[in-house]
Design a protein around this ligand. Structure first.
Ligand SMILES: [Zn+2]
Length: 187
């Protein structure tokens, strides 16, 4: 019985959320697991790692794309549960959590997708496409939107790396993910 419970707890995604239980813990009504503050943080962290792994993989087929989106949604879902339980103030921030830059050879451009910690501010830029030309990239560095300027900085970095590798006759990567620790504060 104990083993059965352990297995059930291990595999449960706590799909119905968590509710306050005795001793300041939070309990999943489906599997009965109790999570304290650290447990919830770890639970959110696990989803973030799974998401990062999904995004570090190559583009792949449609299923890979679905898996990535699913992983991102799970991060948001778990964070929402954490915020609601712990009354973490939902401070809006314009700083992206992650920027995905993909070089489109056919269009000779970079497609950027920008991810934020939820909740993001209304009107936050989510996608940017920029021609793979240094002058165009540099123009974006003076865009009125600070997030666009940040994106331009990262595209310039990626573009410079690709140009250098291609100049050396080396294969250049087609995609790059910039995580929060590589992004300066915007504003
Ligand atoms: Zn559960």
């Amino acid at each position: 019985m104990a083993l059965y419970m352990a297995d059930r707890t291990k595999n449960c995604l706590h799909l119905e959320g968590l509710s306050a239980a005795a001793g300041g813990a939070y309990r999943c009504p489906l599997c009965g697991e109790d999570l304290d503050h650290d447990g919830i943080s770890r639970w959110v962290g696990e989803a973030e790692r799974a998401r990062d792994e999904a995004y570090s993989m190559d583009e792949g087929d449609g299923f890979a794309k679905i898996a990535r989106e699913e992983a991102q949604r799970e991060v948001y879902r778990r964070r929402r549960i954490m915020y609601e339980l712990e009354n973490v103030p939902r401070v809006a921030t314009t700083r992206p959590e992650m920027i995905l830059v993909v070089h489109d050879l056919g269009a000779a451009s970079y497609g950027c997708r920008i991810f934020y910690k939820e909740p993001r501010q209304a009107g936050s830029v989510e996608q940017v496409s920029v021609a793979a030309v240094l002058e165009t990239i540099l123009e974006l560095r003076s865009d009125p939107d600070p997030v666009v300027r940040l994106i331009a900085e990262k595209v310039e970095e990626f573009h410079g790396l690709r140009e250098k590798l291609l100049g050396d006759g080396e294969p250049a990567p087609q995609r790059r993910v910039f995580y929060a620790n590589e992004l300066r504060a915007v504003g």
